[in-house]
Ligand binder design. Structure first.
Ligand code: PLP
Length: 430
């Protein structure tokens, strides 16, 4: 492993005043050992660390940067907005402009409310679904992440229905007792739960393509059963498209699969690198949000003009120059090349991908849910991760995360990545 003395010093300093030295645990490299890079700057597809090394960035700030770092149109829009004042605590037209763009992008979203993170959006959507239905129970799926909302901080990896057991100290059992956890892609469990307690279920929340246990695709049957059962029992179907929205297609997974959720949660790309989340959906549900309706939700910096400007500029670029076909082509080449490299090195593994989201799982079997994801060889992943880092490729620092392509990447970058991966996997050979 290469020495990175300036990052090491910066990390030591940060640890004295910030718990663990980071402001979000995914950044701490805990799952791969070693210490995080401290970043000096980003430019297009690249990150530069404090030690002056350049890396091809497959993290993209964990999803937002589909255009890469410092896209000129985003920089320009943010600069203009900033000079007009950073926050007003009063409405401005940039909010309506971005809201109209969201409504136009997602046929299932008739109205939308902006907040400041995906977590806040998920929390608000759950409250709204409960307020709208007058029911309490929510269903989530093991391995899906919806931000650090108390009621959703339940991972339980069993395939049986489990009453939520909090996965963090500080979350009282009362907060998760109405959360049921099912296995992703398990249609029978879903049918059983609805048959037993369908009239208690306020909402089902799902990542329509899961990215937070590594990349896992939903089966067509799973998607259809989610829609059919929630309609039949009057539960709110919440698609968490914080990661997939504007990434798998401009209209997210719902466009890709031609589906409609009742409520949709957005974030990441929507803010163009700034803190923006949103929840939106059916007008009759959204009209319950205060002050139109009785369900409370508020935010001092919600709809922040600088963040709105970044989001508008990002979405406009995605409309003017849709990158989705291009990213699919790059992604396919990367996926097939990585799979060949695995096979050539006789290392068991599966490269799973939808569009520009992908994960190389070190597993014998394809991954379909949290249980099969957890069978991955995480030690082998950690070695692969560092071999790639030392070759200038910055991957997510955990087996259970999706990597992202950006529109700033070229076929040449894919070739460089595949060369690095071939060498890295050869170095890993048993
Ligand atoms: C990142 C993410 C969140 C949380 O968003 P934050 O802005 O980090 O709070 C929620 N859901 C999904 C699917 C995500 O990927």
């Amino acid at each position: 492993m290469r020495e990175r003395p300036r990052s090491a010093a910066a990390f030591a300093r940060a640890q004295r005043s910030i718990p663990g030295g980071v402001n979000s645990p995914a950044r701490a490299f805990g799952a791969v050992g070693g210490q995080p890079l401290f970043i000096a700057r980003g430019d297009g597809p690249y990150l530069y660390d404090l030690d002056g090394q350049r890396y091809l960035d497959y993290v993209g700030s964990w999803g937002p940067l589909i255009l890469g770092h410092c896209h000129p149109a985003v920089v320009e829009a943010v600069t203009v907005a900033l000079h007009n004042g950073s926050t007003f605590g009063a409405p401005c037209e940039l909010e309506t402009e971005l809201a109209e763009m969201v409504v136009a992008a997602f046929p299932s979203i008739e109205m939308v409310r902006f907040v400041s993170s995906g977590t806040e959006a998920a929390m608000s959507a759950i409250r709204l679904a409960r307020g709208f239905t007058g029911r309490s129970t929510i269903i989530k799926f093991a391995g899906c992440y919806h931000g650090h909302v108390d009621a959703l901080l339940v991972a339980a990896g069993s395939s049986a229905t489990t009453h939520g057991v909090p996965s963090s100290p500080g979350v009282p059992a009362g907060c998760t007792q109405d959360t049921l956890v099912l296995e992703y892609n398990d249609c029978q469990a879903l049918r059983d739960v609805f048959r037993q307690r369908g009239d208690e279920i306020a909402a089902v929340i799902v990542e329509p393509v899961a990215g937070n246990m590594g990349l896992v695709e939903p089966t067509a049957e799973f998607r259809q059963e989610l829609r059919r059962l929630t309609l039949h029992y009057g539960a709110v179907l919440i698609y968490d498209e914080v990661m997939t929205g504007f990434r798998l297609a401009y209209g997210g997974a719902q466009e890709l699969y031609d589906e409609a959720a009742d409520l949709t949660i957005l974030g990441k790309i929507l803010g163009g690198g700034f803190p923006v989340g949103a929840y939106g959906g059916r007008r009759d549900i959204m009209r319950q949000v205060m002050p139109a309706g009785p369900v409370f939700q508020a935010g001092t910096l919600s709809g922040n003009p600088v963040a709105m400007a970044a989001g508008i500029a990002t979405l406009r670029q995605l409309q003017l120059h849709p990158p989705y076909r291009y990213l699919e082509t790059l992604g396919r080449e990367l996926q097939h090349g990585l799979q060949r490299a695995l096979d050539a090195a006789h290392i068991p593994g599966h490269v799973q991908r939808v569009g520009s989201m992908w994960t190389l799982f070190f597993t014998h079997q394809p991954v379909t849910n949290y249980t099969t994801a957890r069978q991955a060889d995480t030690q082998r992943f950690a070695r692969f991760f560092w071999e790639m880092m030392d070759r200038g490729i910055y991957l997510p620092c955990s087996q259970f995360e999706a990597a992202f392509l950006s529109a700033a990447m070229t076929p040449e970058h894919i070739h460089q990545t595949l060369d690095a991966a071939q060498q890295a996997l050869q170095a890993l050979r048993p």
